[in-house]
Design a protein around this ligand. Structure first.
Ligand code: ADP
Ligand code: ADP
Length: 226
């Protein structure tokens, strides 16, 4: 489903991603793990086309991703970042609806999809009428996830989605995320530097160091390696 071939990305004198070749299977959750600065976020941004590779190709389905990727292809991918990235001047509902409005969905269709997604992420509907600064971090992430899922993308990319949360909220959302990934059967790419989080959600783990893949496999292999 997602194929990276010989991807390299350099910023000034830092090689953030160094000749990475990787295949991410459809319907699976792949976790990119490694220490801060090893290139995880850059790899995710390369997949969604926010960053352009210096060398190599990224293919999603049968399309090559790059600066000229048409919106129809980008809309097949949902993206969630650490602090949710919600627009502060819009309510939860406004944030969730933004892409659908852009595509001129009817108000009824937006409402129906919003309710469906609130149910999926277990967010009480009244929360959606509040602004991001009136919500807890966990609620903001649930809304961010709804926004990412609005157009029912094939691919879901999450960059440290639990990284800014308090431990209790984090544990709850971690469990719910795993259930949601299993229910939806999408291609999920999940970035974290937390081993226990990786073990919890991953079908397959990709360990990165200094922009290179050190190891890939199920979590059990990773833990057994020297
Ligand atoms: P397999 O024999 O299927 O390659 P592994 O033991 O390597 O299995 O993989 C462990 C888990 O990761 C399985 O759930 C498998 O389906 C999944 N998996 C294997 N390869 C990939 C991939 N390229 N992308 C995503 N998930 C994968
Ligand atoms: P991780 O997500 O694993 O913490 P990143 O992908 O954010 O790693 O960063 C990898 C390396 O690339 C780091 O050294 C980082 O400082 C650098 N880097 C990432 N994005 C940029 C950018 N836009 N400009 C300059 N350097 C960057």
């Amino acid at each position: 489903m997602i194929q990276l071939d010989g991807i390299t990305k350099t910023f000034a004198d830092t090689t953030a991603v160094d000749n990475v070749t990787l295949e991410l299977r459809s319907g699976k959750t792949t976790v990119l793990i490694g220490p801060s600065g090893c290139g995880k976020s850059t790899l995710l941004r390369l997949i969604i086309g926010l960053v352009e590779a210096d060398a190599g190709t990224v293919t999603v389905g049968s399309h090559t991703v790059g600066p000229n990727t048409p919106p129809e292809i980008r809309h097949r991918m949902g993206y969630v970042i650490q602090d949710g990235g919600l627009f502060p001047h819009l309510t939860g509902r406004g944030n969730v609806a933004i892409l659908a409005r852009h595509l001129c969905w009817s108000a009824d269709r937006v409402e129906q999809r919003t309710e469906e997604l609130a149910d999926l992420v277990q967010l009480p509907l009244d929360r959606l009428d509040q602004y991001p600064n009136e919500l807890s971090g966990g609620q903001r992430q649930r809304i961010s996830l709804m926004r990412a899922l609005m157009l029912d993308p094939d691919v879901l990319l999450l960059d440290e989605p639990l990284g800014a949360l308090d431990p209790m909220i984090r544990a709850d959302l971690q469990t719910d995320l795993r259930d949601i990934f299993q229910t939806l059967d999408k291609t999920v790419v999940f970035v974290t530097h937390d081993l226990s989080e990786a073990a919890f959600v991953a079908d397959r783990v990709v360990l990165l160091r200094k922009g290179q893949i050190v190891q890939t496999g199920p979590m059990s292999d990773l833990l057994e390696s020297p």
